[in-house]
Design a protein around this ligand. Sequence first.
Ligand SMILES: Nc1ncnc2c1ncn2[C@@H]1O[C@H](COP(=O)(O)OP(=O)(O)OP(=O)(O)O)[C@@H](O)[C@H]1O
Ligand SMILES: [Mg+2]
Length: 252
Amino acid sequence: MSIFESRGATRRFGGLVAVDSVSFAVEQGEIFGLIGPNGAGKTTMFNLITALTPPTSGQLLFQGQNIVGKQPHQIAAMGIARTFQNIRLFGNLSALENVKVAQHTHTHANVFAGILGTPGAREEARRVEAKARELLRLVGLGESADEKAKNFSYGDQRRLEIARALALEPKLLLLDEPGAGMNPNEKGILSDLIRQIRDQFNLTIILIEHHVPLVMGLCDRIAVLNFGQLIALGKPAEVQSDPAVIDAYLGD
Ligand SMILES: Nc1ncnc2c1ncn2[C@@H]1O[C@H](COP(=O)(O)OP(=O)(O)OP(=O)(O)O)[C@@H](O)[C@H]1O
Ligand SMILES: [Mg+2]
């Protein structure tokens, strides 16, 4: 069974079909690329999967279960986390706090236990903090844990978003242009990081990214969208040499 499957997912915005009968399946442990020109429907596809936008029609299956109609928090609780193309962090909170906030949706201590400072709540707080610091170290931000998110470079904010998504302990991680705003050296580090977190957390990853060398080097398989339609699906070498893909996206 595939960990995720889109069966004819469609999303219309008025007369525009942003995602047009898209079907593909992602296997457990894959790094799966989703590429295509600007406006192709990539982010909309992520919005469908995470229930920020309902599909007009079609099915989305996670671990064999149709997730259409669920709320975003239910999707997160089932094990799907994401980062955003337009970074969504709490700018005035520290990196550490940004990660801890995400974890709190996942921990058990209730608010009263927190206020009363019960031993259980204190222990939980220690655990949450230790884990947040560990995730920040993992993404290369261990030294900046107490820095406000808004003071981070664009690339560091994207890494912080990855740490925050990992705090939800997802099974499926959706990364929307994680390399945007990074220089080639940072993109190389990012590529290693994505592979490392896949291995370490036994994750499946769907990656939207425009930087072709990064996508080709990192992804096990790649799906190509163009005007909402899936025009190619296969291994990097197959996709890269596909005339329809070259025509629509890769160009000369
Ligand atoms: N909420 C919305 N209302 C109306 N149109 C939308 C909405 N969201 C997306 N669209 C349109 O749907 C199409 C697909 O947009 P989407 O953001 O999914 O593209 P994308 O592939 O992520 O592009 P990019 O590479 O620029 O991020 C675009 O034409 C966009 O303008
Ligand atoms: Mg997008």
